[in-house]
Design a protein around this ligand. Structure first.
Ligand SMILES: [Zn+2]
Length: 291
């Protein structure tokens, strides 16, 4: 059990809840697949990050806006033994899964969509409308997804895992699904921002209330080491070159504006600011005031 982290953004009440975590082993080539292993492991050690596996937290943002209760992504769910904690953590916060009105998906990878369905295929959030970019939906559902620009291209089992399970989940949520334009505004407090590369339709999410905004950077960063080396990328980047380009551009923008940023996978609760340093960028964790 992880106590939710609550804070405000203008008129909005926000909460970050954990779905647990996921370990992707070994850490190399999960991070920096095209780099020398020693170099990557040394950099991980310098940041006191584990080298046996890439440890990904699963940080789920909940936005309360008037009568809407909106989740950004839904966790990995029962797809792993270390995840699936979101419904219990919501319940402990007094929010039954049936109260969720909307879920905004940043992309379709299973660590963001696995938590939408129970193992028997029943919906975990039966009253929620689930929003996903049309581009992302089409990538997985129209013909055979293209992995030729991804490190995954040499990993047939992992590819098959994705191309089997993701369409299965998307078919399972079909009655709840509403496809969105690339820059759609949803629920009067959320804007989609295309950030292609990690997947074709990978979207960041900007939460806004008046002038106040929070950037939810989705899967821009899987480990702090990518701030120093945005070009290193990760194994699941579908278009590796485009993902690196997007990462560098958005890190630069976030460092210029100094805006509050949320990450899905950095250590709980994943809130902070991106700063420029001598060699690249660094992550400054921030605990917002007004809890
Ligand atoms: Zn992810």
């Amino acid at each position: 059990m992880q106590t939710p982290f609550s804070f405000r953004l203008g008129e909005l009440e926000l909460m970050i809840l954990s779905d647990g975590h996921q370990a992707l082993a070994p850490a190399h080539p999960m991070i920096g697949p095209y780099e020398q292993p020693d170099h990557v492991l040394q950099s991980l050690r310098a940041l006191q990050l584990p080298t046996d596996a890439l440890q990904l937290d699963l940080n789920i943002l909940l936005v309360r806006h008037q009568d809407k209760l909106i989740l950004i992504d839904a966790g990995l769910g029962q797809e792993d033994t270390t995840s699936g904690l979101l419904p219990a953590n919501l319940a402990a916060a007094g929010i039954p899964a049936t109260a969720i009105t909307d879920i905004v998906l940043t992309h379709a990878h299973t660590d963001h969509t696995g938590g939408l369905l129970h193992p028997d295929g029943a919906p975990v959030f039966p009253h929620a409308t689930i929003h996903l970019s049309q581009t992302e939906y089409d990538y997985w559902m129209q013909g055979r997804p293209d992995f030729s620009a991804s490190p995954l291209d040499i990993a047939p089992e992992m590819k098959t895992g994705l191309t089997t399970r993701i369409p299965q989940i998307l078919r399972g949520i079909q009655p709840q699904l509403r496809l969105a334009a690339p820059r759609a505004t949803l629920c009067d407090c959320i804007r989609l921002i295309p950030a292609p590369g990690h997947t074709l339709g990978h979207s960041m999410v900007e939460i806004f209330s008046g002038e106040d905004t929070l950037l939810h950077s989705a899967d821009l960063l899987h480990a702090a080491v990518l701030l120093q080396h945005p070009e290193w990328g990760m194994f699941y980047d579908m278009d590796f070159g485009q993902a690196a380009h997007t990462r560098e551009r958005i890190l630069q923008e976030a460092a210029n504006t100094g805006r509050m940023t949320m990450t899905y996978h950095l250590p709980w609760p994943g809130l902070g600011k991106i700063k420029k340093d001598n060699t690249g960028f660094e992550w400054e964790p921030v605990i917002p005031s007004g809890r």
